[in-house]
Design a binder for this molecule. Structure first.
Ligand code: S3P
Length: 167
């Protein structure tokens, strides 16, 4: 599973990694959109963040026992709920991270309502989540200056050589 802030590239890296491994790729946000029938921006606008988090929790729990090997990309805020963290502790997690100001610039797409709340709000969320990412992840990959293919190479190298883990 991949975790990290919005803008880190979890979906891009996750789909490339899954293709490399011959695994299925599941994006938690995409699953929520499919289940609810609304875009992420529409869910936030119509129902608010709290309801979005409920949908997110439900989809996370559903995706925990896949029938085939799966790379799952979490949402940036999935780690904020205690119930989610409790089940994530039993999973193998890789933290995709970068300089938070760069993440903020990368995150500003139309379907990321929280990225429109401004830099200070983004940095505050980053500060809150950073220790949670650190606690849950087997290792962290800094993607500030890397292209997705190199990140996938590094993940595969780490996975096949446990001595390289923890950075
Ligand atoms: C969020 C991150 C988004 C999405 C929603 C909330 C967050 O996912 O779940 O907009 O709280 O950081 P990505 O990290 O995949 O962009």
């Amino acid at each position: 599973m991949l975790l990290g802030m919005m803008g880190a590239g979890k979906s891009t890296v996750g789909s490339l990694l899954a293709a490399r491994l011959g695994w299925v790729f599941v994006d938690l946000d995409a699953m929520i959109v499919e289940r609810v029938g609304l875009s992420i921006a529409e869910i936030f606008a119509r129902h608010g963040e709290e309801r979005f988090r409920l949908y997110e929790e439900t989809c996370l729990f559903e995706s925990l026992t896949p029938s085939t090997p799966t790379v799952l990309a979490l949402g940036g805020g999935t780690v904020e709920r205690q119930a989610n963290r409790d089940v994530l502790r039993g999973q193998h997690l890789i933290w995709i991270d970068a300089d938070p100001e760069i993440l903020y610039k990368r995150a500003k797409g139309p379907d990321r309502p929280l990225a429109h709340a401004g830099l200070a709000n983004f940095l505050e969320r980053y500060r809150r989540r950073e220790p949670l990412f650190r606690e849950l992840a087997a290792f962290r990959i800094d993607v500030t200056t890397r292209v997705p293919e190199d990140i996938v190479d590094q993940i595969v190298r780490y996975e096949t050589n446990p001595n390289l883990r923890r950075s």
